[in-house]
Ligand binder design. Sequence first.
Ligand code: HEM
Length: 494
Amino acid sequence: MPTPLTPMPVSAAVSNLEVAQIQGDILIGLQKLVQRFVFFEIANVDSFKSILRQQVSGGLVTTTQVAKDREQILSQSSGQNLSLIGVNIGFSNTGMQKLIPGADLGDSSFGAGAKLRAIAMTSTPDPTGAGPDTQPINDPSVEGVPSTWDAKFLGNIDGVFIITGGSGSDLGMQTQALKSAFGTSWLPLDPEDGQVRPGSNKGHEHFGWLDGISQPAVNGLVVSPFPGQDVVEAGHFVFGYPKVAAGASFALPQPWMKNGSFMVFRKLQQLVPEFTTFINDSATASGVAPELLGARMVGRWKSGAPVSTNPTADNAPVGDDSAQNNNFDFATDQSGQSCPFSAHIRKTNPRSDLSKPQLDARRVIRQGIPYGPEVDPATESTTTISNRGLLFVCYQTSILSQFEFLQGSWANNPDFICPIAKGANHADGTAITTGIDPIIGQPVDPTVGRTPDSAIPTPPGGVLTMPTTLFIKPLGGGYFFMPSISALANELTT
Ligand code: HEM
């Protein structure tokens, strides 16, 4: 997740994109130690519009500003002294309908909304993962309603303000400012707060892994990509720019969508003590180090070092080095010897296993943040007591072809990694069955659990089998459109 170290070597000064129009969280990410999502309903459309236009839209942080902030942070001796406040805004389909009745944003998933799209669908994903867009998200449900979601996400949400800062008081102050500005024209709901983890865990998600390492380099924004960082056309993340994916439409669904983006929000609870206990017990039973099993589930060691280049032991300097931590692919690893086909990063970005157009069409820009307290070793050695996890956020121009495809057709699809793997065998002759992603995969029937992998031969010897239990519980979600600054000041509010 973005810390001041987010891998976007950018310079707004030389950008070919209209960076002053694009909200700051989309391409680079608002710089943050803490973050609040203020979900809201619009109560009085006319006054909400006029307050947004006159008092709020001019104060939103743009990509131009974020690029400058980032340079400032990197030039400081310590990124800890972050005192920047950022505010961005997005609207769900119900919110967009209040602002522009009848608005069609050209994305059926956005139109249906996250709640409807979250539950299991009857369609079967294409086993190659390259084919038609059929994406069951598979959140557990009862009678067509997600059954693990917090009540707030089951009710109506028209929009969300994203507030970032350096401390809780920044969030409080900015929330109060919004409440004073909007008065009775809106109804703010209970916010969701996240924070970068403390001390040496900074930048790591709650299972313990360094996150936010691999992001696409946005063409026109990123000047010199890090080694191994893919340059992807901006049209996959922000409307109004080219895409390279075969068959992708370049047309703007609405003229005012230019420089806007779709944001997917997911509140994902992480069962950390259960995850850690599984890894310890299973690795011990297989006679290997727990760190190795964990690394093969993610595809990286906790430091961020890729298992592809470091198959047997962690290598912290590599994990920490932007010049090395993305400089790998899977071309010479077609039996999953170094990085299993089901590893989280191979499921969600199979790199050389697919062609560049196939990959680019699925890339997203991730901007999440952990939430909840640290694990208390005294009371939570095996079972979760406090609620913690990831407030997952990603940006794209097609929710259907990007987020939903990643989750449904790749992570949740036990047959996916790639056409190369279909019918292929491991080196020991056993068939390759990848199983679902051991971190985020969700099977159609939650009572079935995870489809186990074939045992994967694991250097330096022995075999490891991925878990059958799930360690992430979806607690809510939302699909939002993040408009340009100009659309917020004009078409959406007049
Ligand atoms: C609590 C839930 C999650 C956890 C703990 C988690 C953890 C991680 C970690 C540790 C990495 C490696 C660091 C990096 O490459 O940046 C990663 C990468 C990634 N994750 Fe997740 N993740 C979660 C949810 C998701 C979801 C819901 C998606 C999308 C459906 C997703 C998509 C990705 C992608 C695209 C990458 C980059 C892969 C690459 O380019 O190599 N993650 N995640």
